[in-house]
Design a protein around this ligand. Structure first.
Ligand SMILES: [Zn+2]
Length: 105
């Protein structure tokens, strides 16, 4: 498995977990309670978890130098989605310059 595949796999895992969480919490909110306060607290928790899950994609560490890849990691992790290709997908770690097409160390 290359570093690129590792990053993309990790992104897919986060996406699935976030969607599962949103579905579960949405169902709980709909059928669970009529209290406005509880619904409000749940909504805040949902937003916080979603933002945290999204933000964690910017915190993926480089497997070689362990420094956070930041936006580079996010861009590489999402490169398999076939989204916009206006920004070129980086091919190297910005810290140690390891190629993302090298096998995982
Ligand atoms: Zn690195």
């Amino acid at each position: 498995m290359t570093i690129r595949e590792f990053l993309m796999r990790r992104n897919g895992q986060y996406s699935r977990e976030t969607v599962a969480f949103l579905l579960a919490s949405g169902t709980l909110l709909t059928i669970g309670t009529r209290s406005f306060v509880v619904k409000f607290v749940c909504a805040v928790v949902i937003v916080v978890v979603t933002v945290a899950a999204f933000g964690s994609l910017f915190q993926i560490p480089c497997p070689k130098c362990r420094k956070s890849l930041g936006f580079v990691g996010f861009k590489v992790a999402n490169s398999g989605m076939g989204s916009n290709n206006t920004v070129p997908v980086p091919a190297h770690c910005p810290h140690c310059n390891v190629s993302f097409d090298e096998p995982m160390p």
